[in-house]
Design a protein around this ligand. Structure first.
Ligand code: APR
Length: 262
């Protein structure tokens, strides 16, 4: 075993000990947790999709300018997602929830639904879901299979155009879900920050919220454990850094956590 593997193993053991002491746990995930399933991350692709800036295909202005381009982008993502499966990182997080039950919240920036497919229950999708559309007229929300739409989709009730039920750049987060997410961050004893570059706000601000803890309650700040290929904007808040693939680190972490005490 090389020294860095040894360091990672030790850090995983320390992280498992923190989780063992914890009463409440919150997780914040980003695109990196789905990378090993074959879902491209955002910033690895230089923020471009087929030469277009991601902002152009993921913003209200972009949709107003060229809805077909935006739907082409989402149809391509939906077609890819129809083929992919959760990876061991997703399954490990579902297993972690079994241990903490009601005292567990999985806050995700991902819209791919892979956490739920892996069996996670309390999933707070702060950036929406690619499995749903929202009517731009009557605002009705609908679930859809992941087949690409052959034409620009329209609302069966009011005839207006449908858009993905996803939070785009320059849009507000769904209020109720965001409140639940901030409460889970403020109240947790341990937060795992997994596979996110932590550059997109307000999602990334959940990390300092957890770090500070719940002031009114005199609760101490939570222990932050970062799991990523490399350091990020969240690293300055992290007590423990587990730098490796989440699909490998998370199963090892949960396995050590669930080992019976000696
Ligand atoms: N294991 C762990 N981490 C990984 C892995 C992996 N196998 N592969 C990549 N990563 C890490 C990268 O190092 C990076 O820090 O995942 C992170 C992915 O970062 P982004 O692509 O910026 O994704 P994310 O943080 O989820 O983006 C946030 O930005 O575009 C918007 O709304 C979109 O929800 C998205 C938000």
């Amino acid at each position: 075993m090389n020294p860095s593997e040894n360091d990672l193993d030790q850090a995983i053991t320390t992280a498992a000990a923190e989780l063992k002491k914890a009463n409440r746990v919150a997780i914040l995930t980003g695109a990196g947790v789905s990378a090993e399933s074959g879902v491209p991350t955002f910033r690895a692709s230089d923020g471009l999709w087929e030469g277009h800036h991601i902002e152009d295909v993921a913003s209200p202005d972009g949709f107003r300018r060229d809805p077909k381009l935006v739907w082409d982008f989402y149809n391509a993502r939906r077609a890819n997602l129809a083929k992919v499966k959760p990876n061991p990182g997703h399954f490990a997080l579902a297993k972690l929830e079994e241990r903490f039950g009601d005292h567990f919240a999985l806050i995700t920036q991902n819209v791919d639904g892979l956490h739920q497919l892996a069996g996670s229950i309390n999933v707070l999708e702060i950036h929406g879901s690619i499995h749903r559309t929202r009517c731009t007229g009557c605002r009705r929300i609908q679930h859809h299979e992941l087949e690409p739409f052959a034409e620009l989709p329209e609302c069966e009730k009011c005839g207006a155009m449908l858009r993905p039920d996803i939070v785009w750049f320059h849009e507000a987060l769904p209020q109720g879900i965001w409140q639940e997410a901030t409460a889970a961050a403020a109240l947790c004893d341990v937060m795992l920050v997994v596979g996110t570059s932590a550059v997109v706000h307000p999602a990334a601000s959940l990390v300092p919220i957890a770090r500070r803890g719940h002031i009114a309650d005199d609760k101490e700040g939570s222990t932050i454990i970062e799991i990523n290929l490399a350091k990020t904007e969240a690293s300055e808040f992290a007590d423990i850094g587990l730098y490796g693939k989440s699909g490998e680190v998370l199963p090892r972490l949960v396995e050590i956590l669930n080992e019976p005490d000696a």
